[in-house]
Design a protein around this ligand. Structure first.
Ligand SMILES: *Cc1c(COP(=O)(O)O)cnc(C)c1O
Length: 429
């Protein structure tokens, strides 16, 4: 089959994320990748600025991750987790307990970020049932993103995740105005007023507060002040409401700390991790909670947590995740992320004076350009590919989340492509 036939087949039969089946956005065919380079079907090479949505933090085709997976595949690639356990799951969970706050010690392995969010919400509701309280509402932030399954969607930004479309189907939760005070701004206590008001107002209904720590990702790429998160923890403690922290995008070093919640020096009651957990190789996520919550769930009338995916604790994914954390523990990432951050400060931040640009936001290995106008995704993507880079903007946001191993000249190439792209009016709608 020719490339053209393949692409026509893809267009006709295969759904891609958030696309129309009648008039889908153009797709590029990638046949291999190495470090920070993606290789197109026709041999062209692209510098990767996305890490495949926050996940491939050590770059592609990593020999150590490959080895971990291939060694495991020759033993067993999958086995049911009901009534059975295995060395990769045990080793991974030991390792997670080693790197996480000591209070987080009960781990539920699951297959994707959205599922880990579903599980965290079940845990919160079942915890309160165990306390003989019927608390089933959640408080979350506008511009938040927690996944695409229904419970997860119910705590995502109501506009971005189109709550109107699912009105009769979605559980209704409460939304706080998104923090406005940026990471580097001096803290303004007014930024917390709306949160303080809503948690007081709904305190008797709330099972938990759920939010992304410091960086709100797919809901708007906003980076907020660590004092905000610190106050969230204090208010949750005061009102005795659980705090679920969704580190699925921010975990494993992306923001310059191993976990973004460390910017505020706080710990959650329930933690979600995913995305880069396996270094971008295979899907895996986890929901982790305290002994007290686990015990309360287990002593309620149901006596067990009601969840159990078919591919729970997949051995290949566990082996990859363990090796991912081993690589992180060599400590290289700290310098790599700092280096990316300082290059973004030098070269991306100055774009904030351009007339097309509302704001430039930077933290760790994350760089965000917010433009006034909505971007023409297909056109700007075409432009980026022509310039040898892979950047996938959405709405009015062009952002970089490159692999930590990216070289200075590669990051320069990404930034230069962004600078050039802003010059063409045809890239905006
Ligand atoms: C991507 C993401 C999710 C959903 O994870 P999936 O693996 O896509 O289901 C949830 N929360 C946050 C913060 C994310 O970035």
């Amino acid at each position: 089959m020719s490339i053209k036939n393949d692409m026509q087949f893809d267009r006709k039969h295969i759904w891609h994320p958030y696309t129309s089946m009648i008039n889908p956005l153009f797709c590029y065919q990638i046949i291999a990748a190495e470090n920070c380079t993606l290789i197109l079907q026709d041999g062209r090479q692209l510098i990767d600025g996305m890490s495949s949505w926050w996940s491939a933090i050590h770059g592609y085709n990593h020999p150590r991750l490959n080895k971990a997976i291939t060694e495991q595949i020759s033993k067993i690639s999958h086995i049911m987790f009901g009534g059975i356990t295995h060395p990769p799951a045990i080793s991974l969970c030991r390792k997670l307990i080693e790197i996480l706050p000591t209070s987080l010690e009960c781990i539920f392995l699951c297959d994707s970020g959205s599922v880990s969010v579903e599980v965290s919400m079940k845990m919160a509701i079942q915890y309160w049932l165990g306390c003989n309280k019927n608390r089933q509402k959640f408080l979350s932030l506008k511009y938040g993103y927690h996944g695409d399954t229904f419970a997860a969607m119910s705590v995502c930004d109501p506009n971005n995740s189109m709550h109107k479309l699912w009105k009769k189907y979605l559980p209704e939760n409460y939304f706080v105005e998104s923090p406005k005070c940026g990471f580097y701004d001096s803290w303004d206590i007014k930024d917390f007023d709306n949160f303080a008001y809503l948690i007081e107002r709904y305190k008797n209904e709330l099972a938990a507060v759920i939010l992304e720590p410091i960086v709100q990702g797919a809901g708007g790429m906003r980076i907020y002040n660590p004092c905000y998160l610190k106050l969230v923890r204090e208010y949750c403690d005061y009102y005795e409401i659980l705090l679920i922290i969704d580190e699925i995008a921010t975990g494993f070093g992306r923001t310059g700390k191993l976990f973004a919640m460390q910017h505020s020096n706080i710990e959650p009651d329930i933690l979600c991790i995913g995305k880069s957990l396996t270094g971008g190789t295979i899907t895996l996520a986890a929901t982790i909670t305290t002994r007290e919550i686990a015990n309360t769930i287990s002593s309620g009338s149901v006596e067990c947590l009601m969840h159990g995916p078919t591919f729970m604790g997949n051995p290949l994914a566990c082996a990859a995740a363990l090796e991912n954390i081993n690589i992180l523990q060599s400590g290289q990432w700290i310098k790599q992320v700092k280096n990316i951050e300082s290059q973004l400060f030098d070269k991306l931040l100055p774009l904030r004076i351009l007339k097309q640009v509302v704001d430039v936001r930077i933290l760790g290995a994350i760089g965000v350009i917010e433009t006034y106008k909505i971007l023409n995704i297909e056109k700007i993507q075409q432009f980026f590919v022509k310039h040898g880079v892979w950047i996938r903007p959405f709405n009015n946001l062009i952002y970089l989340t490159p692999p930590y191993i990216i070289q200075n000249d590669e990051l320069d190439k990404l930034i230069n492509a962004i600078i050039l792209s802003l010059e063409c009016p045809c890239h905006f709608i």
